[in-house]
Design a binder for this molecule. Structure first.
Ligand code: SAM
Length: 213
């Protein structure tokens, strides 16, 4: 994982899209704890987080499906998966995430939502409607603070002007997403104030019982 992190930092100007090593360690902790057998990731980039899921599920030999749209990032992540010989359990599905989601069946124990921020609400709604989340599973959504812009456009005076318009739009979309999470009666949600804001979502116990019966 460290090598991929360093390679990505050296090669991609927008390497800050990648999870940090500390975040990678957190993801590994959660996946080991969860004993996940199937993991879905929306937003692959160079494959760093997919490798974290892979390493964390050595004992359960989980199937990991990761979705990516950008041809440059598809090539980069394929390079990662080939180099580290992890194609036995990682499958990369190319194309827009919403269309890729429609190809999936069964349930996932961990679903990591880390792609285009205006898509989060649609992805999570679809996952819940189609019951792609297993009864004991959780969804983890990254960048919920959008560098502070979800809270207020004044929240981050040092945000570079070059990226401010992008994160401002992300902030608006994530505000709508937060409202969706708060109002959806099927789920419990917690927004952790760590990294760039991480939301965890699980089924409510009542919904869980309905699903189990
Ligand atoms: C934040 S990066 C993912 C980082 C990665 N999960 C990690 O931690 O290393 C988001 C990725 O989502 C991809 N993406 C953006 N919009 C997408 C879409 N509609 N469908 C699929 N992938 C998309 C981008 O090309 C980018 O590689």
């Amino acid at each position: 994982m460290n090598e991929v992190w360093e390679w990505t930092c050296g090669k991609f100007e927008d390497a800050d899209k990648m999870s940090s090593p500390l975040q990678g360690a957190t993801m590994k902790f959660l996946a080991e704890w969860q004993q996940a057998k199937r993991v879905l990731e929306i937003g692959c980039f160079t494959g760093y987080s997919a490798l974290a899921w892979y390493e964390a599920t050595e004992s359960t030999k989980a199937e990991i499906i990761t979705l990516e749209l950008d041809p440059k990032m598809i090539a980069a992540s394929r390079r990662t998966f080939d180099k580290y010989k992890v194609n036995d359990r990682i499958t990369l599905i190319e194309g827009p995430a919403q269309a890729s989601l429609a190809k999936l069946s069964g349930t996932f124990d961990i679903i990591f939502v880390d792609a285009n921020k205006e898509g989060y609400e649609g992805y999570v709604k679809y996952i819940l409607d189609k019951q792609l989340l297993s009864p004991h599973g959780f969804i983890m959504c990254d960048n919920i603070f959008a560098r502070g812009m979800t809270i207020s456009t004044d929240a981050n005076p040092t945000l570079p002007e070059k990226v401010r318009p992008y994160w401002t739009e992300c902030g608006k979309a994530l505000k709508r997403f937060n409202t969706f999470c708060k109002n959806d009666t099927r789920i419990d949600t917690i927004l952790l104030p760590v990294y760039d804001g991480v939301t965890l979502i699980k089924w409510k116990p009542s919904t869980f019982l309905e699903l189990a019966n």
